[in-house]
Design a protein around this ligand. Structure first.
Ligand SMILES: O=C(CO)[C@H](O)[C@H](O)COP(=O)(O)O
Length: 228
């Protein structure tokens, strides 16, 4: 699994803290990444203890982890709703997020937005005063040249995300490619989110605006729960 730095203990504390919000009978959105994985394992332990919980995965990775953890799975069209989603982030400023370090942000956004409550789990290294992390943008492969041009028109610089153990680009779970887009400090996340969404061929971008309900920040020795 991709790791983003940050101590395992801090990530585990964050994941376990968010999993405490899960109750018997709930449908839970299962986020992607090394921090959300700790929540998935904790929810697996709750299922093993006899709680009736169903998980809606956000990626191939979270689905596999949930299967290993013994969590019964469902798709969004098989449930009445999602009670709570637990997901990681690459950067958090106030309640605004940049996600997509694992190229899973399209499905993550669908499931996270469907949830009554979205709990974000991070280590302290993810916290910032303002968003300035590159924004991942998933695009249809055929749209890459047009999207690249339009991102330049937004004063951004984009780089096609390359695979590490394969020649060529990262291909998402949806069969698309990812442009990592540098915009410097994102002064107005809602405006940039709207501009990126308007580019033809953009499937989804990693700006998650006004979606998070709680940020669980794990430390070596405890957890801070922040409400944006
Ligand atoms: O958005 C994501 C995947 O697309 C992840 O949630 C994000 O990259 C954080 O991952 P990690 O907890 O491993 O740092």
């Amino acid at each position: 699994m991709k790791s983003s730095g940050g101590s395992t203990a801090a990530k585990r504390r964050a994941g376990q803290s968010a999993a405490e919000a899960v109750e018997d009978g709930m449908v839970v959105g299962l986020g992607t990444g090394s921090t959300a994985a700790h929540a998935i394992r904790a929810i697996g332990d709750m299922v093993a203890d006899g709680l009736d919980i169903r998980g809606v995965p956000t990626s191939f990775q979270s689905r596999q982890l949930a299967i290993e953890a013994g969590i019964p799975l469902a798709d969004l069209d098989e449930v009445d709703g999602v009670d709570v989603a637990i997901d990681g982030a690459d950067q958090v400023a106030g309640g605004q997020l940049i996600k997509g370090g694992g190229a899973a942000h399209a499905r993550e956004k669908i499931v996270d937005a469907a949830a009554d409550e979205l709990l974000i789990v991070v280590d302290p290294g993810k916290l910032a005063d303002r968003l300035d992390h590159p924004v991942p943008v998933e695009v249809l492969p055929a749209a890459r040249p047009v999207a690249t041009e339009q991102i330049v028109a937004l004063d951004g610089e984009s780089a096609l995300r390359s695979a590490e153990r394969k020649d060529g680009p990262v291909v998402t779970d949806n069969g698309n490619v990812v442009l990592d887009c540098e915009f410097g400090v994102v002064e107005d996340p809602a405006n940039l989110a709207a501009e990126l969404s308007a580019i033809p061929g953009v499937v989804e971008h990693g700006l998650f605006v006004d979606l998070a309900d709680e940020i669980h920040v794990g430390r070596e020795d405890g957890v801070d729960i922040r409400t944006p």
